[in-house]
Design a protein. Structure first.
Length: 302
C-alpha cells in the first residue's frame, strides 16, 4: 500500500497546504482508536508530499555528512532542451557513472534533479532540468579531470554543450552541508506539472549503511522534530518536553494501523506493518536516551 501513515502536523503546516493526493475513501484506524486520513505520497503531484519527501532526503544527506563522510565534489549537468521526458537523461546518467568509475573506482554519488525557473532573460519562459550530483571518491585536486570526463559523456547523450557543465570540489564539510540545505529548500526549482521521473537518487554505496536504514533513521528524526514542535506549541519545555517527546514516539512505535472506511469500519484483514521508531533506533544501535530510560518509557504502553 502506497499511502503514508506518518502524521504530518508540524511546522510544515504553517507554510504549505494539506495533502491533495489523499485516497478519497480510505482511512487508517489505529489500535488506540484514532482514525486518520493518510497522505497519498504522490510527490510529483502534491506539494505537501513533495516537501516532506524533500526534507526526508535532506535529512539523510545531513546525517551522512555529520557522521564524517560528506561529499567531496559537485557536478552539475544541464541541457538546452526543455522536456519532461527523462529517458535520455537516465541513459546519460548511467554512462557518466560508468565513465567516472573507470577512472575513479571508489566513485559514489547522490543526485538531485531540479528545474530552472523559466524567468531568466534567455530562457524563453521554458523550464529546463539540471542534475546536481554530489560525489565521493574523487580527490579534490582531480575534480577538473572528473568534469572533463563526465561532461564529454553527458553531451554525447543529451542536447547540451560541454562548456556549460560545471564541477567543483567541496573542500570542507560545512560547504557540503550548506549546499544540501540550500538546494533541498528551493521551492522554485521543483519539477513543473506533468513530471513523472524520480528527482532524488543515490548510488548503492553512497551511504555507509543501506539506504533503507538511513531512510528509517531520517524518518525518526523528522518524527521527533514534529513531536517536539507540537508539544512546544502546547507550552512544554525543558526536561518535560524531552520525556513527552519520547513517550509520544514510544506510542507511535506501539501503534498498529489497519485500513478502514470513512466511518471507521475495518477493510479486510490486512494490518499495515509498523516501522517502529524505537525498534529502528535499536536495530541501528543508536538510541536518543539510555537503555534503562527507554525500557521505562516502553512500560507506559505495555
Amino acid at each position: 500500500m502506497a499511502v503514508k501513515r506518518n502524521l504530518e502536523h508540524g511546522p510544515l503546516a504553517a507554510v504549505i497546504g494539506p495533502c491533495t493526493c489523499r485516497p478519497k475513501d480510505l482511512r487508517l484506524r489505529s489500535n488506540h482508536g484514532e482514525l486518520v486520513h493518510p497522505r497519498g505520497g504522490l510527490v510529483n503531484h502534491c506539494e505537501r508530499c513533495a516537501m516532506m519527501a524533500g526534507y526526508e532526503n535532506m535529512e539523510m544527506l545531513l546525517l551522512d555528512s555529520l557522521e564524517g563522510d560528506p561529499p567531496t565534489g559537485l557536478l552539475i549537468f544541464g541541457a538546452r532542451t526543455a522536456t519532461l521526458d527523462m529517458g535520455a537523461y537516465r541513459e546519460a546518467r548511467r554512462q557518466v557513472a560508468r565513465a567516472l568509475r573507470r577512472e575513479f573506482p571508489d566513485f559514489e554519488y547522490a543526485r538531485l534533479t531540479e528545474f530552472t525557473t523559466g524567468h531568466g532573460p534567455k530562457s524563453g519562459g521554458l523550464r529546463r532540468s539540471h542534475d546536481n550530483v554530489m560525489t565521493k571518491g574523487i580527490p579534490a585536486e582531480r575534480m577538473s579531470d572528473a568534469l572533463e570526463i563526465s561532461a564529454a559523456v553527458w553531451c554525447r547523450h543529451v542536447d547540451a554543450e560541454v562548456h556549460a557543465q560545471y564541477g567543483e570540489a567541496m573542500r570542507t564539510p560545512s560547504a557540503a552541508l550548506k549546499y544540501v540545505i540550500g538546494h533541498f529548500g528551493k521551492d522554485s526549482q521543483r519539477p513543473p506539472a506533468g513530471f513523472e521521473g524520480q528527482r532524488f537518487g543515490v548510488s548503492r554505496c553512497y551511504f555507509s549503511v543501506p539506504v533503507k536504514v538511513m531512510r528509517a533513521r531520517a524518518r525518526e528524526i523528522q518524527a521527533r522534530k514534529r513531536e517536539t514542535w507540537k508539544l512546544e506549541q502546547l507550552g512544554r519545555g525543558g526536561h518535560d518536553l524531552v520525556l513527552d517527546v519520547e513517550l509520544a514516539l514510544r506510542r507511535q512505535a506501539a501503534t498498529i494501523w489497519t485500513p478502514a472506511t470513512t466511518s471507521g469500519a475495518r477493510l479486510g484483514k490486512d494490518v499495515l506493518p509498523d516501522e517502529g521508531l524505537v525498534d529502528r533506533l535499536r536495530n541501528a544501535g543508536r538510541r536518543s536516551l539510555d537503555a534503562q530510560l527507554l525500557d521505562e518509557l516502553a512500560g507506559e504502553y505495555s
